[in-house]
Design a protein around this ligand. Structure first.
Ligand SMILES: NC(=O)c1ccc[n+]([C@@H]2O[C@H](COP(=O)([O-])OP(=O)(O)OC[C@H]3O[C@@H](n4cnc5c(N)ncnc54)[C@H](OP(=O)(O)O)[C@@H]3O)[C@@H](O)[C@H]2O)c1
Length: 338
């Protein structure tokens, strides 16, 4: 079978992976099984922690795997027994002849699946559409490599970089399309984090809502950081999602505590004081910025002091995605790290 054939099967596996939830401790994984002629005979994907892995889900669709079959999977098959059995063993037991995967598994417990397959005489080919698959699973891969939650820092600002007017009001800087996009993204993360300042200024509910105001099925954990007391009737304490108030300023400590709770992806919504600290400490893995065609001026910039005094020290970002959203510009950026 040709490499192009594996690539087109991997494209399908990558589409299937997205049917699983982006939130939760596990990665999104898709798998297709090809017969000896390269035709897709089964498809599977992972539906979240505690459910069948993509390979096992695909195999379950077949009463028997035909001779010469290939499993094409977006992540190296796992080698460990967690809540479900190891996928490498399941593929061997099913009699698959060849396994093609995109990205190696960085997990200490679950890696080495490729070696187990090879030892059992299964042909293994890794690295097919590796960059696409790494991009799709960047949150899970980065979190596991760094052993802390992946951090997205989001803000909405005027074109002159203001996150609020001088009186503290910030509703609404961005337009309805940006707000809908941001709520959709909230619904795909594990936790949403702000400082006490944002709750006291805005009484933000921090829920993930659809444009009609109804809640998404998955609601991230709400995390408020800072020492000040919050009113008991603040909207962030409503019963629409769980809330944690952490009375600390230690960003590293907060991330370690959230990682220990199984939080893979934290969405930081500010405000400017907290956002600046994350950026200053080099703890932002991805910036999401909604830039609105407004001029506000004044003191309330989206990012405050970063400890930078001269241009050579400026943090250099790279725009990895840009698009128009209604009247606004959506920017996804990463820090250029040495
Ligand atoms: N446009 C946007 O995207 C956006 C988003 C959010 C907020 N806002 C606006 O931002 C304004 C609020 O700004 P803000 O800076 O006060 O909000 P903030 O960053 O949410 O809260 C600041 C507070 O966070 C606590 N904190 C915890 N760890 C910290 C750390 N490591 N460093 C600094 N502070 C830490 C401190 O509270 P304690 O004093 O209690 O310890 C601090 O006073 C409002 O006007 C709001 O409307 C705009």
């Amino acid at each position: 079978m040709s490499h192009e054939n594996y690539e087109s099967a991997m494209h399908r596996a990558l589409e299937l992976a997205l049917l699983g939830p982006a939130w939760g401790v596990n990665p999104q994984v898709g798998c297709v099984i090809l017969d000896a002629n390269g035709q897709i005979i089964a498809e599977g994907w992972h539906r979240g922690a505690g459910t069948a892995h993509a390979e096992v889900d695909a195999l379950s669709k077949l009463s028997q795997v035909p001779a010469g079959a290939t499993a094409v999977v977006t992540l190296e098959p796992c080698n460990h027994t967690g809540r479900t059995g190891p996928c490498a063993q399941a593929l061997i037991a099913a009699g698959v002849s060849r396994v093609v995967y995109a990205v190696a598994d960085p997990g200490a417990e679950s890696s080495q699946g490729a070696q187990t397959l090879r030892d059992a005489g299964v042909e293994v080919l890794g690295g097919v559409l590796e960059s696409e698959a790494s991009e799709q699973n960047r949150v899970w891969l980065t979190a596991n490599r760094l052993q802390r939650p992946f951090v997205t820092l989001k803000w909405a600002s005027s074109i002159d970089g203001r996150a609020a007017a001088n009186d503290g009001t910030s509703k609404w800087i961005s337009g309805p399309e940006s707000r809908a996009d941001s709520h959709q993204r909230r619904s795909e993360v594990d936790a949403i984090l702000v400082g006490t300042g944002t709750i006291l200024a805005d009484d933000a509910a921090l829920t993930a809502r659809k444009p009609d105001g109804t809640l998404f099925e998955h609601q991230p954990l709400r995390v408020v950081i800072g020492n000040r007391d919050l009113p008991a009737d603040a909207r962030v304490f409503n019963d629409q999602a769980e809330t944690m108030h952490l009375r600390t300023h230690s960003i590293h400590g907060i991330l370690a505590a959230l990682w220990a709770e199984g939080i893979k992806h934290v969405w930081v919504e500010g405000g400017p004081s907290v956002a600046s600290q994350f950026a200053r400490l080099g703890l932002v893995d991805e910036y999401i910025i909604y830039l609105a065609p407004l001029l506000i001026g004044g003191e309330r910039t989206a990012i405050r002091d970063l400890g930078i005094t001269s241009m050579p020290e400026a943090k250099r970002l790279k725009f990895v995605e840009m698009k128009q959203l209604g009247e606004d510009i959506f920017i996804r950026a990463i820090e250029e790290r040495a």
